[in-house]
Design a protein around this ligand. Structure first.
Ligand SMILES: [Zn+2]
Length: 129
């Protein structure tokens, strides 16, 4: 399948213009316009009240794959333009930047964990259990 990552979403914004957000990997829509994600979120809302576990509830709202750095970058660009153009409140940009920063930190930790696991396997280190 052609990977459309980096292409623009085929969705339409509230003002009728084309959505400027990047597509999800292998999908022609961004996370906001992808019907799969919308269904999952809607299903999560209905099921949400019945779930005992917050972690289980959170997982239902997660897209299948983490956002790539390019996607995060593109979303921040959209938010930046929205604030400059007066369509978004500056607070939205502050929140988006905070979340993006956290996402970068999580990605860095994940990368470090992978490297540590690789190093451990190289030296034959075994976790004491
Ligand atoms: Zn979109």
């Amino acid at each position: 399948m052609h990977d459309r990552t980096g292409d623009r979403c085929s969705g339409t914004n509230r003002d009728g213009g084309p959505c400027a957000a990047p597509c999800r990997p292998g999908r022609p829509w961004c996370a906001f316009h992808d019907p799969d994600v919308r269904e999952r979120i809607a299903a999560g809302r209905v099921q949400g009240g019945r779930d005992k576990s917050n972690a289980r509830r959170a997982r239902k709202h997660l897209p299948a794959e983490p956002m790539t750095a390019a996607e995060v970058h593109a979303y921040l660009g959209v938010v930046f333009k929205g604030v400059i153009g007066g369509k978004l409140a500056p607070g939205v940009a502050v929140a988006a930047a905070t979340v993006a920063k956290a996402m970068v930190q999580v990605a860095e930790v994940g990368h470090l964990e992978e490297q540590i696991a690789e190093l451990r396997s190289l030296v034959g280190w075994r976790r004491a259990s």
